[in-house]
Design a protein around this ligand. Structure first.
Ligand code: NIG
Ligand code: FE
Length: 413
């Protein structure tokens, strides 16, 4: 088997003996690291690590490549647990409309927003979507992401939703990144059909076929005024759960719409966005296994109010960070920039944001056992930085790509 040894690592980040637990509350302030470290990889797995002072040396030199990481840091790859990157074209004209004073909601009411992307996607072939999405995946990879969740939701008809989910299935085969698929049929109600009828299509036509073809790992709903209510969200997620597909919720993004309640009641794996979370929601989350996920890029790009991230962690909750990469509210998949926003705007510490973007976001996409930390037996998905002083330099150097070498599935990319 092919072996890789990284030695003289200035700092090995997020080292966990077990790496099988989410990090919550006070514990998020701790980021276990080894200074002056080595890391061994065999095949696609991490097999050993330690301090250089205790390095046992190499006995068998066959099939081994050595990387010298003097002055550099090694991180487990970012886990991006929330994206919508299968989309056609882009929406920079709506960006300009917002600069000129329209709100995200007003653009949607004029038939723009999600409905604009649905129109564009209807005209794209599977091959075109694969080609466009591969470019985006490559961009994520270059910025240190090793696992990505991708949602449907720009189809809004049986055929188009299946088209997106089949594209994601192909991408799972083609891309070296670990990919999870989420069905988001309930992203918006398409024109020309009543909401009740569309929900019926989502629950009784789309979901059964998607489950039969095993096209989705999760089912998500946009719980928001003018989109789907709490009651509708619970109904859709319960249909999904019956088919063996766990829920996720787009919750409390533009207003308080009881999405957290819906998510917790449905035992969703995550509730995402959370700008309008209340104290009551925080209490509900405390009693649940549902991961709160913040999406700083979307909050920043739409200039929404800050999610009470500090308050959630101080209340003892775990917290995950992801990008929401999509053409409307977050046209970037740069995880490190999302960490910077969370530090600057929400007053999270570098330790907290790194825990949020690795182990906790791995949990939010069902990958806690295999991703998100430097742990023996976990996937060798990691990146080596340029020469930098310490890990705080990553969120500090906002919008700068400090990733120098990427390793995915044990392969240098
Ligand atoms: O997560 N809020 C709902 N969905 C996306 C935006 C979708 C779009 O504008 O295309 C989000 O922000
Ligand atoms: Fe989203």
């Amino acid at each position: 088997m092919k072996k890789l040894l990284i030695k003289n690592i200035k700092q090995l980040i997020q080292v966990r003996d077990n790496g099988d637990a989410v990090i919550a509350g006070e514990d998020m302030k701790m980021l276990p690291c080894i200074n002056d470290a080595w890391l061994a990889i065999e095949g696609d797995k991490i097999t050993d690590y330690g301090a250089m002072a205790d390095f046992p040396g190499i006995t068998d030199w066959s099939n081994i490549e050595v990387i010298d990481a003097t002055g550099k840091l090694v991180f487990p790859s970012w886990c991006d647990a929330h994206t919508h990157i299968v989309f056609a074209g882009s929406r920079e004209l709506e960006f300009v409309d917002r600069i000129n004073g329209l709100t995200y909601e007003q653009i949607f009411e004029r038939g723009g927003g999600i409905l604009n992307s649905a129109k564009k996607l209807a005209n794209a072939t599977e091959d075109e979507l694969i080609e466009q999405t591969l470019v985006r995946l490559r961009e994520l990879q270059l910025n240190g992401t090793g696992a990505v969740e991708i949602k449907s939701g720009y189809g809004l008809s049986l055929d188009a939703e299946l088209k997106i989910l089949r594209v994601i299935k192909k991408l799972k085969e083609i891309s070296p990144l670990t990919i999870k698929a989420t069905f988001l049929g309930a992203h918006a109600v398409p024109s020309g059909i009543s909401k009740e009828k569309y929900i019926d299509v989502v629950m009784n036509e789309m979901l059964p076929q998607i489950a039969a073809e095993k096209l989705a790992d999760y089912c998500d709903v946009f719980c928001e005024k003018k989109y789907f209510t709490k009651e509708e969200t619970v109904r859709i997620l319960s249909a999904a759960t019956t088919l063996g597909i766990k829920g996720k919720v787009h919750a409390e993004q533009l207003s308080h719409s009881a999405g957290v309640e819906a998510g917790v009641e449905s035992d969703a794996i995550s509730v995402d966005h959370l700008e309008f979370v209340t104290d009551n929601d925080i209490q509900l989350l405390q009693k649940s296994k549902t991961m709160p996920v913040i999406l700083p890029g979307a909050q920043w790009f739409l200039q929404l109010q800050n999610p009470p991230a500090r308050k959630m962690i101080d209340a003892g909750l775990p917290l995950a960070i992801s990008t929401d990469y999509n053409p409307g509210s977050s046209p970037s998949g740069n995880m490190a920039f999302n960490l910077s926003i969370a530090c600057v705007q929400y007053k999270l510490t570098p330790e907290e944001v790194i825990n949020a973007a690795t182990l906790n976001s791995a949990y939010a996409m069902g990958l806690l056992q295999s991703h998100g930390s430097i742990t023996v037996g976990k996937k060798a998905n990691l990146f080596i930085t340029k020469e930098i002083p310490n890990y705080a330099f990553v969120p500090y150097s906002f919008a700068t790509n400090l990733v120098e070498q990427i390793i995915i599935n044990g392969n240098k990319i």
